[in-house]
Design a protein around this ligand. Structure first.
Ligand SMILES: [Zn+2]
Length: 459
């Protein structure tokens, strides 16, 4: 029996293993709700904070339980309102102050999604460190969810600086690392600390480090009664050469460790796990936030680039006529509009623009159009077939789609999406078998992936 179709394979012949080749880092949330009470730094009033689990891609949101309709605020850099002494986020007229320590604890302890519910406009200050939040997260537990984490991989060096001598540089790195230098007035209390940010290192080395303030800075605020909850129980006060605190320093370099704590908390507003090395000299909330903004801008730019408005044609790619000379598929089953590039002989990228006019949207589903996953597998198979054809340089043999392994559908594909179909031939066994690793990308995110197997037969 000879089939005309390069990629036709009855569904029952496909081995659909919903499994992935490399286990990705998954998103996490808290295992259960948990809370604690304490004093708010600025108002001095009692506040209760509760953590709640949240679904994938939810991020961290603050909930004001004390207000009508209990509004929530996304812990996102777009919502940053103030960086004076502490980090304030808000939406509309709603504000949440001093979010950096609880954010640092959540982020560093691996929590991607959570609701931080409070009955006041700021979290309990605890002892001025992130210790009480780490204890709370431990109480609630941290559990894995089914979607992979989102990352920001630093590709090019980024930096921000201020007139006051702050300099923050972000370098490419496989891990999330921070190297920080802190220096007080006249370079007093110059300290350096460098670490990879992991839950264990954060809990041991960073979380217990307390806020420190200079007496000259807080004196006017105390006089104006603006930090009613502030005391030597929740901050270290530096007055000249003297270090005043209720308990002795927890680390000889406690100040720089707290600076790192603030950097982690402020950069959590990016909403993606950073893969890069932060080198910070005298960092503060304003410059931390500026770096977070620069990262968010770069991420937006990358997403925009992933959906080019002009498609290259001709050189290095194949237009629709050339595609149709190779593939026998026709409407409604041709799932490749163009091959935009051949990276090597065994690797190429195809494009499929998905419109509401696709016939499958009529039934999949009425009123809720989603591109069927099997159509994405078909698109991958067709792009891989083009590679096979180019490699064989002959139309006398034909490749049959044998199996699809490691198939994963990660995100829905909707009308208006442009799919970039990446295919790479990874293996060929003798003359008869070939394997291709494929994935589909929409807006810089992988929406589906599969490993496809083909066999060759003479026509
Ligand atoms: Zn702080």
């Amino acid at each position: 029996m000879k089939e005309r179709c390069l990629t036709q394979a009855p569904l029952q012949r496909k081995r659909l293993l919903i499994q992935m080749a490399v286990t990705p880092e998954l998103q996490h949330t808290v295992g259960k709700s948990a809370g604690f009470s304490g004093t708010a730094l600025h108002t001095g009033e009692k506040v209760t904070l509760r953590l709640h689990p949240a679904p994938v891609d939810h991020g961290i949101k603050f909930k004001r339980k004390d207000l009508q309709d209990e509004p929530t605020i996304d812990a996102k850099i777009e919502n940053l309102k103030m960086v004076e002494r502490a980090t304030t986020i808000g939406e509309g007229s709603i504000r949440v102050h001093t979010v950096e320590h609880v954010l640092a604890a959540l982020w560093a302890m691996g929590v991607d999604n959570a609701v931080v519910e409070m009955d006041a406009n700021e979290p309990p200050i605890g002892d001025g460190s992130a210790q009480s939040y780490v204890d709370l997260i431990r109480k609630a537990g941290v559990i894995a969810q089914e979607e992979p984490r989102k990352f920001f991989h630093v590709r090019d060096i980024m930096h921000v600086e201020s007139k006051t001598g702050t300099l923050i540089i972000l370098l490419p790195d496989e891990k999330f690392r921070i190297s920080c230098t802190q220096a007080g007035p006249n370079n007093q209390f110059s300290q350096f600390f460098s670490m990879e940010v992991t839950p264990a290192v954060f809990e041991r080395e960073i979380a217990p480090a307390r806020t420190f303030v200079y007496y000259e800075d807080v004196k006017p605020l105390m006089d104006k009664n603006l930090i009613k909850g502030g005391s030597l129980e929740n901050a270290i006060v530096v007055r000249g050469e003297a270090v005043l605190s209720k308990e002795p320093l927890r680390f000889s370099d406690e100040f720089v460790r707290h600076k790192i704590l603030d950097v982690i908390g402020d950069l959590a507003l990016v909403g993606r796990r950073i893969r890069g090395h932060v080198v910070a000299v005298k960092p503060g909330h304003a410059t931390n936030a500026e770096l977070a903004r620069a990262i968010a801008r770069e991420q937006t730019r990358r997403s925009a680039v992933a959906t080019p408005r002009t498609m290259p044609s001709g050189d290095g790619g194949l237009d629709i006529d050339q595609v149709m000379q190779i593939l026998p598929h026709r409407f409604p089953f041709l799932m490749v509009d163009r091959i935009v590039s051949f990276e090597t002989e065994t690797k190429c990228v195809g494009v499929k623009t998905v419109t509401i006019n696709e016939p499958f949207f009529q039934g999949h589903f009425p009123g809720h159009p989603v591109m069927p996953g099997v159509m994405q597998v078909e698109a991958m198979a067709q792009v891989a077939s083009i590679l096979l054809f180019k490699l064989a340089k002959s139309t006398s043999r034909i490749g049959y789609f044998m199996s699809a392994d490691e198939v994963k559908f990660r995100k829905p594909v909707l009308p208006g999406d442009t799919i970039f179909i990446h295919a790479e031939l990874t293996k060929s066994r003798g003359e008869r078998l070939a394997k291709a690793k494929c994935h589909c990308v929409v807006n810089d995110a992988i929406v589906s992936e599969a490993e496809l197997m083909f066999t060759f037969l003479d026509k």
